[in-house]
Design a protein around this ligand. Structure first.
Ligand SMILES: [Zn+2]
Ligand SMILES: [Zn+2]
Length: 251
């Protein structure tokens, strides 16, 4: 462990030298908003749609302040980025040196460890800088590979069409669920239509689901009306969250 700490601190020091230049060059601290798209592996930093910069990224890992745990992106099934497997280099390196922090997919640690893990990753993989989202539920750490200048490209257009950024999954398609559905107690999962993750939707279609209690209410009211809609109090989530809820709540 001491050997690991010495190594990790050295990597962090090494990163801080190049990172200062990266921040200064792209003014990354001047942007108030961010979103990322896993499909295109693009990170957008922006201010109210006027001022923006796009980066290509490699996802390093995520940190949950709730469970105090770090998950390497190679271990993360929710991550669909192709380049997440670049982080297997770090696992390999960790195996060679016997550093458990680098070989276990999920580790319990303080948040302060995250930048060390990210620094190690950047120094082994390469890249021009690092970035982390500041969401309160889950923080995602990136290696910035390069600045992406072609802002009129198909990739950027596609990314902008996606509508919601839930803070956990990045920019995804929108979905709607009743206020009762959560990941704590299964409550049934009634859908407007049998939805499959990633399926094509017509413009008029939306992913929509509600719990068994809402379904009972809906049937007693002969369908959706003011009363049953009030009871459901539909909320907006991302597609990814929708299918997590489906998996957990369906009976
Ligand atoms: Zn409900
Ligand atoms: Zn989500």
């Amino acid at each position: 462990m001491r050997e690991y700490n010495t190594y990790a601190n050295k990597q962090l020091e090494k990163l801080s030298k190049t990172q200062d230049k990266f921040i200064a060059k792209f003014n990354t601290n001047s942007y108030s908003s961010w979103f990322y798209d896993q499909e295109t592996e693009l990170l957008r930093l922006y201010n109210e749609d006027i001022d923006e910069v796009f980066f290509k990224y490699i996802p390093v890992g995520t940190y949950s302040p709730i469970s105090n745990s770090w998950m390497w992106s190679w271990h993360n099934e929710g991550s669909i980025e192709e380049h997440k497997y670049e982080t297997l280099k770090i696992k390999k390196f960790g195996k060679k040196h016997g550093f458990d922090f680098l070989t276990n997919g999920l580790i319990n640690c303080e948040k302060s460890e995250c930048w060390k893990l990210t620094a190690i990753s950047k120094n082994l993989i390469g890249g021009i800088g690092v970035y982390s989202t500041n969401s309160k539920d889950l923080q995602k750490y990136f290696i910035i590979v390069k600045v992406y200048k072609d802002i009129n490209s198909m990739e950027v257009q596609r990314m902008k069409q996606k509508k919601v950024d839930c803070g956990i999954h990045g920019f995804r398609r929108t979905a709607f669920v009743c206020q009762h559905l959560d990941l704590e107690n299964p409550k049934g999962f009634e859908e407007a239509f049998e939805a499959v993750k990633g399926m094509d939707l017509d413009e008029s279609e939306d992913f929509a689901a509600w719990c068994s209690e809402c379904e009972e209410y809906r049937l007693s009211e002969d369908g959706w009306n003011e009363e049953s809609e009030k009871f459901a109090d539909i909320k907006l989530v991302c597609e990814e969250c929708y299918f997590e809820l489906k998996e957990f709540n369906k009976k």
